[in-house]
Design a protein around this ligand. Structure first.
Ligand code: NAP
Length: 247
């Protein structure tokens, strides 16, 4: 991004692949913020900060203290708390709030997708299955003691934690390939997939394999997110708008 034009000082809230691609367009004026769960890049021109702000009030203070003029939200669609805080802090400080809102995945004609709203609905929907594959993050790890004797769970999340006699935990970070997912499903003989509707290309191959194997998929409903001043479906659109804004 050209440094020769006056443009707004940006605070970018990240935690996604797209956020990193936006962060690569920022300059030393700007700040890229991460919660601290994943990798922290060390090759960016902008400042990188890590850790929570202390709710909407803390974020508003950070915006004021740092003379932030544009708040960008490129967090994950299921990270509802930080997005709610961002909208609130933007309102408190009268800062424009732009958000990347990924389109969600849509089922195809023969897909057997079943919407679930919460953990108890997931457990009820799994009653007749034996080898579920969880790709929801950490939540299933907190229920390892509740696995019915008829089931063996496979849980894929960022942390490689020990499972138990009825659960295998795979610590892995996307992107995942079609070939890799095909092998994983075949080896483990999963009979149902449990997924968020993240809309990410990096994690979509599991849905293609579930489709090919005619497996049902439990889809955890997306949380409601606040309205932003401007919303974008892709990081490219958002980056183009940033360039436009700096003309
Ligand atoms: P969350 O529930 O919305 O946020 C929990 C708290 O983490 C927030 O209140 C905030 O703490 C802090 N936080 C979150 N994102 C932050 C950021 N970019 N910079 C500084 N603080 C941040 O979020 P989550 O679901 O735990 O996800 C945590 C992070 O992982 C997010 O940045 C998200 O983009 C990323 N992520 C989430 C998922 C998912 O499935 N949820 C998947 C992939 C990546 P304070 O209130 O103290 O400010």
């Amino acid at each position: 991004m050209s440094k020769s034009h006056r443009r707004k000082r940006v605070l970018l809230l990240g935690g996604t692949r797209e956020a990193l691609s936006i962060a690569r367009q920022l300059t030393s004026l700007d700040i890229y913020s991460l919660a601290g769960l994943g990798k922290v890049p060390d090759d960016l021109t902008c400042t990188v900060r890590v850790g929570g702000f202390g709710g909407a009030v803390g974020l508003a203070e950070f915006i004021r203290a740092g003379n932030i003029e544009l708040l960008l939200d490129a967090t994950h669609p299921y990270a509802a708390q930080i997005s709610a805080n961002a909208a609130d802090a933007a309102q408190q400080t009268q800062t424009p709030y732009w958000a990347l809102r990924r389109a969600d995945w849509q089922p195809q004609a023969d897909d057997d997708w079943r919407d679930v709203e919460n953990w108890s609905e997931i457990i009820a929907a799994l009653a007749d299955f034996k080898r579920p594959f969880f790709t929801l993050g950490r939540e299933p790890l907190t229920h390892l003691d509740e696995i019915p004797p008829t089931q063996h769970w496979t849980i894929r999340c960022l942390d490689a934690e020990p499972g138990n006699a009825r659960a295998t935990v795979i610590g892995a970070r996307g992107p995942f390939t079609l070939d890799g997912e095909r092998d994983l499903f075949a080896t483990n003989n999963f009979d149902i997939l449990i997924s968020k509707n993240s809309g990410s290309v990096a994690t979509e191959p599991k849905l293609q394999i579930a489709r090919a194997r005619q497996l049902p998929v439990l889809i955890l409903k997306r949380p409601a997110l606040p309205l932003a001043t401007r919303e974008f479906n892709s990081s490219d659109e958002l980056i183009a708008a940033l360039h436009e804004d700096s003309r």
